[in-house]
Design a protein around this ligand. Structure first.
Ligand code: T1G
Ligand code: NAD
Length: 712
């Protein structure tokens, strides 16, 4: 940890210099992550030029203040007019220094931060440091020499892996790859850096430019790596723009002189900067950090929690238990009876057996984790837990009975959470003596994998309980989204509406397979009918039956799904649903019998089918999603449009490069979305009722981003 200066002078010039003997110590101090904003770039440029001009300086050592070396360019500057000097020029100037420049790395050296280190002549890192070029995650590529210097130091194969994956490379691996020259023995970055610089001076080590690296010498191997990456990107990232540019840039590293290839890199970088994918991905980056900023977390301290309780060991209970165990927490699970708790334990063990089988965990590792798991059929086992998550059958009476037990046995101050998907959490809270301790924690299946966690805030909950839920999310490495109480909260409520739009499209003439294909082309991994087959059509069927009594008789109701479920075709778990899954395969085949059912239902409904282009399918599908998203924000079920975006990107497979449904709406233009809804309303005014918020924003010439900004 290099000490932070805190004065306004630091803000003005976040780069300070200090002569330590013959070594000029250059410290970048730009909290929170030393991003390379224009002031930092100017400070670095001045420091290097000053060093070259100062005969007292024999070497330069660059370090970062605070928790990180440098976390990259300042992402907030993207989209704004570029300011001089560009980072490319700064890195070139560092490289051109007549004095040896050493970068001493701790924490994160990412993106432009690593490019600065690659501009330097020597690199040392502490063991806990992480190095990487994650620009691809922002729809960009390393635009300050990273695509040129990295392959010259580590070879084309390793460079393409680092740049295309965007992964954070641990220091030890970076040493093996040749990305750094030295692994520090201690965590004292400054001392290790100064000692290394002294050593280099003693060895008369002069400047050594990364651009002269020879790791591309074996051209055949390099070309083979580039061709393999090209094919892989073509296959796996065909929707994305920047990965293709990354491969082209590394090809240029092989084919062209450094400066010429650097110009090409800049060209490719500008093309990525102009791509809408950059805007979508950067929106997603900041949105998933904003969602944790909620009023309750600002107003109250979380309650301490060390021991987690889980009620129910089924699909969700077991997944939630694994998520807590993976976070290092002891877990107590309670089930109805012996057979059920043994099944619950087996469901938990199954996950770890899978990891052991794949060699990603040792048997000892599994035993150590399972030693923190305690199963019981006695609710008294919960008397010492700090937080309990209920995941029993989706039945209000069963849940109320469970909460009555929790109210009886749990210690004062224990947080009582429910994982219900749809039920009224206010009613559950009101059924016990401590409603202020009840909160909704809506995990997504599989709960140990899915990142999204809807934190549902009932009317009587106290702020510190909500703050505790957000703290738990951080501990479980989940992306939390605050949601109000309504049927389906944020995600499932909006899902129900665009799912209906898909059914309407199907009954009006589009085949379920065409709809899925259009949605995949839009960027989803799966279409709505494939998702239904994966989750099980019986869950939706149960919900439709539960709602039948209260459904508006005037509302359009497509019965195709009911016809399919009545045949017991629930999807993958029954080897057929909307698709056929011969011999249990996971890839469905279109089923002519399903198409026959669809035709029969069209005739029953008196509908003459018509053709829908992919473009029109997406316009209706997205209009339904956006409109209901606006209703959810309008009713403050979601605090901001970005909460809807994060929900769908992290919980419903929405293509991240589009930023989320509300960001996508801003990209299309709210006026166009509203015009579409008003057009569709001519066919079905009951279903297509423009959201008052959408109408208001269009009238005011504003967009959803304006609401995000207003809330931050
Ligand atoms: N620019 C601006 N703000 C940034 C930032 C950045 N690069 N990185 C983080 N922040 C903000 C973040 O929004 C949050 O703000 C606070 O810092 C703490 O972040 C030319 C084109 C470094 C591993 O992609 O991966 O270089 O919410 O909550 O969990 O080739 O931040 O507090 O207001 O994430 O400790 C490439 C992005 C840029 C790295 C720290 N670099 N950052 O994680 O804290 S493009 C990246 C991270 C580039 C060049 C190109 C992580 C972290 P707030 P945090 P953390
Ligand atoms: P499940 O049927 O797989 O598991 C429910 C478990 O609860 C069973 O093992 C049962 O023995 C146990 N149980 C029932 N009554 C009990 C009691 N009184 N005390 C202790 N244990 C009891 O169900 P699931 O899919 O895990 O769903 C559980 C909850 O999570 C439901 O509210 C559901 O809506 C919600 N949910 C499900 C999913 C999903 O995709 N399956 C996603 C999010 C939320």
């Amino acid at each position: 940890m290099v000490q932070e200066a805190t004065s306004s002078a630091a803000e003005a010039n976040p780069v300070s210099t200090e002569l330590r003997g013959k070594i000029l110590l250059v410290t970048v101090d730009n909290p929170p992550v030393n991003a390379l904003g224009v002031a930092v770039r100017r400070g670095l440029m001045a420091a290097i030029e000053g060093a070259d001009a100062n005969p007292a300086v024999a070497a330069v050592l660059i370090v970062g203040a605070g928790r990180n070396f440098i976390a990259g360019a300042d992402i907030r500057e993207f989209g704004l007019p570029p300011q001089q000097p560009l980072l490319t020029e700064v890195c070139n100037r560092i490289e051109a220094s007549r004095k040896p420049v050493i970068a001493a790395i701790h924490g994160a050296a990412l993106g432009g931060g690593l490019e600065v280190a690659l501009g330097a002549h020597y690199r040392i890192a502490v063991a806990s440091a992480k190095l990487g070029l994650p620009e691809v995650a922002l729809g960009l590529l390393p635009g300050a020499g990273g695509t040129q210097r990295t392959p010259r130091l580590v070879g084309a194969k390793a460079a393409l892996d680092i740049i295309l994956s965007g992964r954070h490379v641990p220091a030890a691996e970076a040493l093996k790859l040749g990305l750094i020259d030295r692994l520090a023995k201690s965590d004292d970055t400054l001392a290790e850096g100064l000692a290394y610089a002294q050593e280099l001076l003693a060895a008369n080590a002069g400047p050594r430019r990364s651009r002269d690296g020879t790791a591309l010498a074996d051209r055949a191997a390099a070309q083979a790596a580039i061709d393999a990456a090209k094919a892989d990107v073509q296959k796996k990232q065909r929707n994305l723009f920047s990965p293709h540019k990354i491969v082209e840039a590394v090809q240029a590293a092989l084919d062209k002189p450094f400066d010429e290839a650097l110009k090409l890199e800049r060209q490719f970088f500008m093309q990525c900067l102009d791509s809408p994918q950059r805007a979508g991905l950067i929106h997603a980056f900041f949105a998933e950090r904003e969602v944790a900023k909620v009023p309750e977390a600002a107003a109250a301290q979380p309650r301490p929690f060390k021991h987690i309780g889980v009620v129910g060991g089924g699909t969700m209970g077991a997944g939630i238990a694994v998520a807590a165990l993976d976070a290092g927490l002891p877990v107590t699970m309670v089930e109805r009876d012996e057979a059920s708790i043994n099944r619950g334990r087996a469901n938990v063990e199954k996950v770890y057996d899978g990891l052991v089988a794949k060699g990603r965990m040792t048997a000892e590792g599994k035993a150590a984790v399972m030693a923190r798991f305690n199963g019981s059929t006695d609710y008294a086992a919960f008397q010492d837990v700090d937080l309990v998550i209920e995941a029993v059958f989706e039945d209000i009476d069963v849940k109320k009975a469970v909460f009555a037990e929790l109210d009886r046995v749990c210690k004062p101050g224990a947080v009582l959470a429910t994982n219900t998907s749809y039920l009224d959490i206010d009613a559950i809270a009101a059924s016990i003596s401590r409603p202020q301790d009840v909160v909704g924690l809506h995990f997504f299946s599989p709960a140990n994998i899915m990142k999204l966690l809807e934190i549902v805030v009932p009317a009587q909950v106290s702020a510190d309980v909500v703050a505790t839920a957000f703290e738990l999310a951080k501990k479980l490495k989940k992306t939390p989204v605050r949601a109000g109480v309504c049927d389906g909260f944020i995600g499932n409520r909006i899902l129900a509406v665009y799912r209906q739009a898909a059914d309407h499209l199907m009954e009006d003439g589009a085949s379920p397979y065409d709809i899925d294909a259009a949605v995949r082309e839009f960027g989803y991994p799966m279409g709505p009918f494939q998702v239904s087959d994966l989750a099980g059509g019986d869950i939706g069927w149960a919900t439709r039956k539960r709602k039948a009594a209260t459904r508006n008789p005037a509302a359009r109701y497509v019965q195709v799904a009911d016809r399919i479920c009545e045949r017991g075709w629930f999807g993958q778990k029954t080897q057929r649903g909307w698709y056929l899954y011969p011999e249990g395969s996971r890839t469905g085949q279109p089923d002519p019998e399903v198409l026959a059912i669809v035709d029969a239902e069209r005739q029953r409904a008196g509908i003459t089918p018509r053709r829908f282009s992919n473009e029109e399918i997406i316009r209706r599908y997205m209009a339904a999603m956006i409109n209901e998203g606006a209703n959810v924000v309008h009713e403050r079920i979601a605090l901001r449009p970005l909460d809807v975006d994060v929900t769908f990107v992290h919980g419903y497979g929405f293509p991240r490069f589009r930023g989320g449904p509300m960001k996508y709406a801003d990209t299309v233009g709210l006026d166009k979305v509203l015009a579409d809804i008003r057009e569709f309303a001519k066919e079905d005014p009951l279903f297509w009722q423009p959201s008052p918020l959408l109408v208001k924003l269009v009238e005011e010439g504003k967009n959803f981003e304006s609401l995000n900004k207003a809330a931050s």
